[in-house]
Design a protein around this ligand. Structure first.
Ligand code: SAM
Length: 283
């Protein structure tokens, strides 16, 4: 092996060892977190053996989704893109600066492809512009892309509060980095609730009594997705929305919409017709 290659392999091994060592140290000092990390890994392993069922819900792209729910709205995709140009540039620059940083590290605690897809951001912005929600609750913040699109609409509406739930689950994560990319001028309507969704979601919902929109983008295990959907559903107002990222990962979204009184839609992107969001409007 050439010396350069040998040094590369050595650096990778050292990087992996230091990651496992910091995880081990973190688990010793935060045993509860360590146990839940193991439980999540077990759940993910179990989910990977699930036989993924075929959806009965229709698939629609972003514009068709907004048209279906709000036939009188006049937002074309182009208009949504224009209205959120500033956010698009902001996130491009933010992620560009992270390119040279090592993952995982204090400066880059989440992978950059963790964030919601472009069309999902546009949908959240469009939905909040049209609905003018009083309360939106989301789980899973990371750098804060979904939060920013919701908050941008709330700022323009001059109405609404976004409650976002996330926690420090790994030794390289920190309070400072949760929602770190959310622009300062959008933070007035943002309330970060630190903790896991199991610990915090019900408490927030009970304190608000009803909510307009719930967005799941936290831990995508079957058990956690169903837990969050079930917990949020009874607090969502009539004609309000339950929205979920990462629906294709398992059968949680399908099993949930088969049980409740709502109209489910799978939002697909225009490029490869991949499902980017699961959406249920409460009847
Ligand atoms: C896919 S990322 C969220 C991306 C974000 N919505 C965006 O658009 O930028 C998942 C996030 O969920 C958080 N998370 C994982 N498990 C969670 C749990 N049980 N409760 C709350 N948040 C959780 C992680 O810390 C991570 O920040």
């Amino acid at each position: 092996m050439a010396r350069g290659n040998y040094l590369d392999v050595q650096a990778i091994i050292m990087g992996k060892l230091s990651k496992y060592f910091s995880l081990f140290k973190f688990t010793i000092t935060n045993p509860k977190n360590g146990i839940s990390m193991l439980d999540n890994a077990r759940q993910t392993e179990k989910d990977s053996k699930q036989d993924i069922q075929k959806h009965s819900a229709n698939s629609l792209n972003l514009e068709k989704c907004l048209e279906l729910y709000f036939p009188d709205n006049d937002f074309s995709k182009e208009a949504l893109i224009q209205n959120t140009k500033y956010l698009e540039h902001h996130f491009k620059n933010y992620f560009k600066k992270l390119e040279s940083k090592k993952f995982p590290s204090k400066e880059k605690p989440y992978p950059v492809d963790y964030s919601i897809r472009n069309d999902s951001g546009l949908f959240l912005y469009g939905l909040c512009k049209i609905m003018k929600p009083d309360v939106v609750v989301e789980t899973g913040v990371a750098y804060g892309q979904s939060s920013s699109y919701i908050l941008q609409a709330m700022k323009e509406n001059d109405n609404g509060i976004l409650y976002s739930v996330d926690n420090i689950f790994r030794p390289w994560e920190s309070l400072e980095m949760i929602g770190n990319a959310i622009p300062q001028n959008l933070r007035k309507r943002w309330k970060l609730v630190v903790g896991s969704s199991v610990a915090k979601l019900e408490e927030i919902l009970r304190s608000k009594k009803t909510i307009d929109v719930f967005l799941h983008d936290s831990l995508h295990t079957y058990k956690n997705m169903l837990f969050e959907y079930n917990t949020a559903w009874s607090f969502i107002k009539k004609s309000g929305f339950l929205i979920s990222d990462d629906v294709p990962e398992n059968n949680a979204f399908l099993d949930f919409y088969s049980m409740v009184n709502g109209s489910p839609i799978l939002m697909t992107d225009n490029q490869d017709k991949e499902i980017v969001l699961g959406i249920i409007r409460k009847k």
